[in-house]
Design a protein around this ligand. Structure first.
Ligand code: NAD
Ligand code: UDP
Ligand code: UDP
Length: 317
């Protein structure tokens, strides 16, 4: 039987890949998005599918629809965008979670939350296991997102304990790939576009801070495996690629793979920028039999091809 699945944030980077995957699996998909950072172009190719439907809606407001499962992805994810309107960001994270949990409660539907490695803040434990409670500044520029996502996790677990809701919480680490917004502001899209256009590659700080980057296809498999895991496994579970790089190494790799002559330049480090980040994925391996398969070089090449095509079509101009 076809499942009716709601994907909030379905026109965004991860959401649009998820909609495509679920439709391929034979499910019916309702994509709900307010197009704050998402793009119609990400889902345009799905619009002719009779089992795909798009609804423009802001999840800060109640939503009455009928579905069997909910993936709650709606929330700007890039620091540039989530800091542009921080009050809207925290409303999306918290009011949005309450509304989607209320919807799941009424429907007795299973609901998955796209949480984040940001719940660990600037971590003092490395790599980060799910048992680590984090090191988050509650009043800084990143707090609207970090604390919003932490509060959403609290809400998920309280609805689970109090109302017996079937919940799944994925702590997603840095993910990249085709369909990232060209003006997204995140490091991989910035570096690739700068390299392809021959502009300076902007490394923030001294570039020694680290991140671990997961290719989108691996992330989608992980998220779906989590949704399909037995009901007694709620997470939170880390999903990400443990292979860790400094941002300067990443800049050099992008330069090399694009064959670019761009200069690497250094810019001030944004406030509260985490110094290191690497997922401990022991739990995901054990409970979901999942681990990433695409290495950074292969993933970057596919992402570079995507942005090259956008530039050729003048989508960026
Ligand atoms: P994205 O910005 O591309 O997608 C977010 C989508 O949510 C966009 O389509 C946006 O228009 C929509 N949206 C925002 N606020 C909304 C609202 N109030 N109502 C309805 N729609 C709204 O980001 P992404 O990278 O695809 O991230 C998706 C989810 O995964 C987010 O919840 C994010 O926090 C989480 N996540 C992503 C990463 C990553 O590296 N990409 C890492 C950790 C967590
Ligand atoms: N809600 C929704 N769709 C539904 C059911 C509820 O958007 O189908 C919203 C509703 O607006 C409410 C929130 O979810 O504010 C939380 O619902 P819950 O049932 O937990 O709380 P209550 O309705 O008692 O405030
Ligand atoms: N960064 C950078 N140059 C850029 C954009 C980001 O050096 O043009 C750095 C940023 O300071 C951070 C890392 O790259 O240390 C990852 O940033 P991103 O915004 O992609 O995600 P974050 O993991 O910080 O949420």
């Amino acid at each position: 039987m076809k499942k009716r699945i709601l994907v909030t944030g379905g026109a965004g980077f991860i959401g649009s890949h998820l909609c495509e995957h679920l439709l391929k699996e034979g499910d019916e998909v309702l994509c709900v998005d307010n197009f704050y950072t998402g793009r119609r172009g990400n889902i345009a190719h799905l619009l002719t599918n009779p089992y795909f439907e798009v609804m423009r809606h802001d999840i800060c407001f109640p939503l009455y629809v009928e579905v069997d499962e909910i993936y709650n992805l709606a929330c700007p994810a890039s620091p540039v965008h989530y800091q542009f309107d921080p009050v809207q960001t925290i409303k999306t994270a918290v009011h949005g979670a309450i509304n989607m949990l209320g919807l799941a409660k009424r429907l007795k539907a299973k609901i998955l939350q796209a949480s984040t490695s940001e719940v660990y803040g600037d971590p003092t434990i490395h790599p980060q296991p799910e048992t680590y409670w984090g090191n988050v500044n509650p009043i800084g520029l990143r707090s609207c997102y970090d604390e919003g996502k932490r509060c959403a996790e609290t809400l998920f677990f309280d609805y689970h304990r109090q109302h017996k809701l079937k919940i799944k919480v994925a702590r997603i680490f840095n993910t990249y790939g085709p369909k990232m917004h060209p003006n997204d502001g995140r490091v991989i899209s910035n570096f690739i576009i700068q390299a392809l256009k021959g502009e300076d590659i902007t490394v923030f700080g001294d570039g020694r801070q680290t991140r671990s980057f997961c290719y989108i296809d691996d992330m989608i498999y992980g998220i779906v495996k989590l949704m399909e895991s037995p009901d007694d496994f709620t997470g939170p579970v880390n999903l990400g690629n443990p292979s860790e790089f400094s941002i300067l190494e990443l800049a050099e790799k992008v330069k090399q793979l694009t064959g670019s002559k761009s200069k690497i330049v250094f810019k001030p480090l944004p406030q509260d920028d985490p110094k290191q980040r690497q997922p401990d994925i022991t739990l995901a391996k054990e409970k979901l039999d999942w681990k990433p398969m695409v290495d950074i070089e292969e993933g970057l090449k596919k992402t570079i091809e995507y942005f090259e095509a956008l530039i050729t079509k003048h989508v960026l101009l």
